[in-house]
Design a binder for this molecule. Structure first.
Ligand code: NAD
Length: 304
């Protein structure tokens, strides 16, 4: 059996495939022409958000039985074409939940205590002690919008920090809410009551620009907004206005409507925002779990 690994994969995942006795062909992000050659005799292919597994690629792979995506989103895979051929598609949705949650909490601290701003000033040779007055998080209220895998991990950490936890999710899981000392409320109540609002919803029609001008105005002037979900869940133009005009205290953003974020974007000019380049899942542990989970599913399918 031959497994084509077409994207970087953690060495532990490669070990899982080797131990199963598979032949591994590793080529990072081949273009479509090269991929068409490589898949000809592949039983399985592993990708990340790249390369694209198009209908043409699937048609060029007569032996293909499974496509593995180390990570979550499947938008680079032609699911319809795979289904028509009875090819299974597997991924690793929970592998990065804890990592994304820890980054969201990190951003929350960074904004609350102006850590990135302070660091920038230090490097400029400025001892900005007076400008770096921050806020404490214990006893404050966090509002988690989207109480799924990541939202749950964030709420768990916030609860441990002594924060009051408010939750909003159209599919409320009361049992899990109890575990994190959380209470489901309406979106409006969450926005009005929270000192930190953190977004963990998927990008859907219903969540596109979920945080818009009107909802930013519902938030406290002292509130922090965290977005480690998808850029388009927030109306960026409205957020820039909110940050410039002080409708909220600050924001921590890992995701953007346009990625990479252009260097001269208005967000980069604001001191009350902390920016990271979509690194929520970028940890050793998340990458290892994502790879191993996909490799194990592939072994099960090819050997089963
Ligand atoms: P999940 O499916 O476990 O949870 C999403 C939750 O959002 C669900 O409970 C769902 O009911 C809820 N939801 C759906 N529509 C909603 C709405 N309109 N309002 C409020 N809640 C709503 O997903 P997850 O694994 O927790 O991931 C959440 C999102 O995080 C992903 O969709 C992805 O966009 C993002 N993500 C970001 C990174 C990163 O690197 N920053 C990494 C992984 C995932």
């Amino acid at each position: 059996m031959k497994v084509l690994v077409a994207a970087p994969l953690h060495e532990k995942a490669l070990e899982v495939l080797k131990n199963a006795g598979f032949e591994i062909v590793y080529e990072e992000y081949p273009d479509e022409d090269r991929l068409l050659e490589l898949v000809r005799d592949a039983d399985a292919i592993i990708v990340r958000s790249k390369p694209k597994v198009t209908r043409k690629v699937i048609e060029a792979a007569p032996k293909l039985k499974v496509i593995g995506r180390a990570g979550v989103g499947l938008d680079n895979i032609d699911l319809e074409a795979a289904k028509e051929r009875g090819i299974k598609v597997v991924n690793s949705p929970g592998a990065s939940s804890r990592s994304v949650a820890e980054l969201a909490v990190g951003l929350m601290f960074a904004v609350a205590r102006k850590i990135a701003f302070a660091d920038r000033k230090m490097r400029e040779g400025v001892w900005a002690k007076k400008q770096c007055m921050g806020i404490e998080l214990e006893g404050k209220t966090i509002g988690v919008i989207g109480f799924g895998r990541i939202g749950y991990e964030v709420a768990k950490i916030a609860n441990a920090l002594g924060m009051k936890v408010l939750l909003y999710d159209p599919k409320p899981n009361e049992e899990r809410a109890k575990e994190v000392g959380g209470k489901f409320v309406s979106l409006e109540e969450l926005l009005k009551e929270s000192d930190v609002v953190t977004l963990h919803v998927p990008l859907l029609d219903a969540t596109y620009h979920l945080i818009n001008e009107e909802r930013l105005k519902l938030m406290k002037k002292t509130a922090i907004l965290i977005n480690a979900a998808r850029g388009a869940v927030v109306d960026t133009e409205a957020l820039v206005k909110a940050l410039q005009e002080g409708w909220i205290y600050g924001a921590g953003l890992d995701v953007f409507e346009e990625e990479p974020l252009p260097a001269d974007h208005p967000l980069t000019k604001l001191d009350n925002v902390v920016l990271t380049p979509h690194i929520g899942a970028s940890t050793e542990e998340a990458q290892m779990r994502a790879g191993v989970q996909v490799a194990e599913q592939i072994v099960e399918i090819l050997k089963g």
